[in-house]
Write a new protein. Sequence first.
Length: 220
Amino acid sequence: RAGRPWTGRGPNGDNCRMSASPLPTPSIPALPPAEPERPRPTSLTDLFVSFTLIALQGFGGVLAVIQQQVVERKRWMSNEEFIEEWSVAQIMPGPNVCNLAMMIGARHFGLAGAMSALAGILTVPLILVLCLALVYAQFAAQPQVQGALRGMAAVAAGLIAATGLRMSVALGKNVIPLASGIAIAATGFVLLAWIRVPLATVVAVLGGMGCVLAWRGLRP
């Protein structure tokens, strides 16, 4: 047997003793350390409350707030995952933020999660908007109110620009080359803001180019 001495007679009749060497143990490659499990919403109530608070902070647009809350604070998804799902939410019919909220809720709790997230993003803000609409109808002509609205528009534009800069960091890890991604983004800005090309045309052309480049990058 392996590992036990063997005793016998040699060619001249002398007793011989041979020790069998143990079999070599195969080396097992070390597995890479497992990534820590990402936090997730604990319940449907957690989803509803979280998206309600996000919606209440979204003055001038929820994009800046939802990216900061979902990615940086709660860490429900990475920046790359957020950009991918936000891209899908933009090309789907309906409000972008509502689409994104439903996608995040469905990822964790299926249809019930999607409905809870959508209810959180809409219910309380809808009530507040209806109340503010009644007040706005009485004071809309006041110069102070109009000046305040113009100031809020400038703040909203700054928030969206800052969010875009934070999200642009993920372009370096994208399968599309960085130069191509910047060129597509710049072309889309020029076509929409200056030339006034219809949004559907821009999405179809530039989105198709992006899909082709991504397919080429993923192809082995």
